[in-house]
Design a protein around this ligand. Sequence first.
Ligand code: LLP
Length: 419
Amino acid sequence: MAALDTTQAPVFALDQVPLEPIAAAEGTPCYVYSAPVVSRRLAALQQALADCAWPHAVHYALKANSSLAIARLIRDGGAHADANSIGEIALATRAGFRPDQIVFTGVGKSPQELERAVSLDLKAINAESPGELDRIDALARSQGRRVRVALRVNPDVDAQSHPHISTGLKTSKFGVPLDDAAEVLRARRDAAGLEIIGVHVHVGSQITSLGPLCAAARKVADLAVALRAEGFPLSHLDLGGGLGIVYEQGGDVPTYEAFARALVDVARPTGLTLIVEPGRTLVGPAGVLLARVIDVKPHAGGGRFVVLDAGMTELMRPALYGAFHRIVPVHAADRPLVPCDVVGPVCESSDTFGRVRELPEPHVGDLMAIMDAGAYGAVMSNTYNRRPLPPEVLVEADGSWRVIRRRPTLDDMFALEQA
Ligand code: LLP
């Protein structure tokens, strides 16, 4: 099939759904997602994997966007789930994923989380340390169970992404060093509470070339082959998520076809089922954050400060990682282009969405779409400065739309507190 255009046009242009009526009805800031874009991306990834004719499963990384409606959409598309906390496991269950469709990952799992996860008979728990394997074993035996586990391996591979979202270097907190992994598993091969069924790796996020993904995959594949030769009855190779998306015009990321071929080429010789845990690539380009201009003032360096009613509270990525998101005026305005620093209303200078962006001269009241905000947007929003969490809207294939998370009222905001 044709390669998916990952530089695809924005939600509103793609599905002809005007955004102003949504902003007018729900207010701003507000997240808007396109259901067809999510479904199409998932279908394209599944097709690319199916074309490689090798057993596989797509476990959507819920952390990228854990709205119930999005999770359900992805389940309806035939994917399984990767959960990172008890909250995400609960979400997955509510969205209709069966326990045997859920893998549980996470560098620190609390005793309560582990106890619950052990009782649920999940597809696998991805264990991050020898100690965690032992805790799972003990809990499993106390519950009279055998729990399927995979060991997360740290392959010491540089994801060549932002340091905050790179997880595969030996200095990072994730997994068990590759050189120790076989010994850690050998020491536990007879543990009555464990069924060791796989190895897991995830080296980072927003990875824009196949090199780091393949390097990590090959290392854990070699380990898996060695373990099988020793008699470990492994069944899968979980190669994590990490495939990037295009945030900046002219950017480039591997196609799903190239991604699938590269990983299947590594998995095939192992004889193991391939698991992938994509997050961002499925939902990132499907969402925008809508915001209105609430002030415009001169910038000492020339140009303008354009103050939006959305800030780092709604979309933290620019402040946290210096991440680039395109900012697009929703109304095609035939006004002269002026350099703008687009900022939020929060009392921090890091609350900046973009510096020196050339935009059609903005006016108070203009609607702006901050692009590619479907992943790690709403899920990372917070209430700093006592700002309410933003609502989320889902646009369906027929152009209709509905609120999938409402904006909290002031009463909601104080509901958990006592003076
Ligand atoms: N699997 C594991 C074990 C993960 O830790 C992650 C993401 C994924 C899968 C999904 O990765 P993806 O396909 O989305 O790259 N907040 C950051 C991203 C943090 C990613 C954390 N782990 C951001 O806004 O860029």
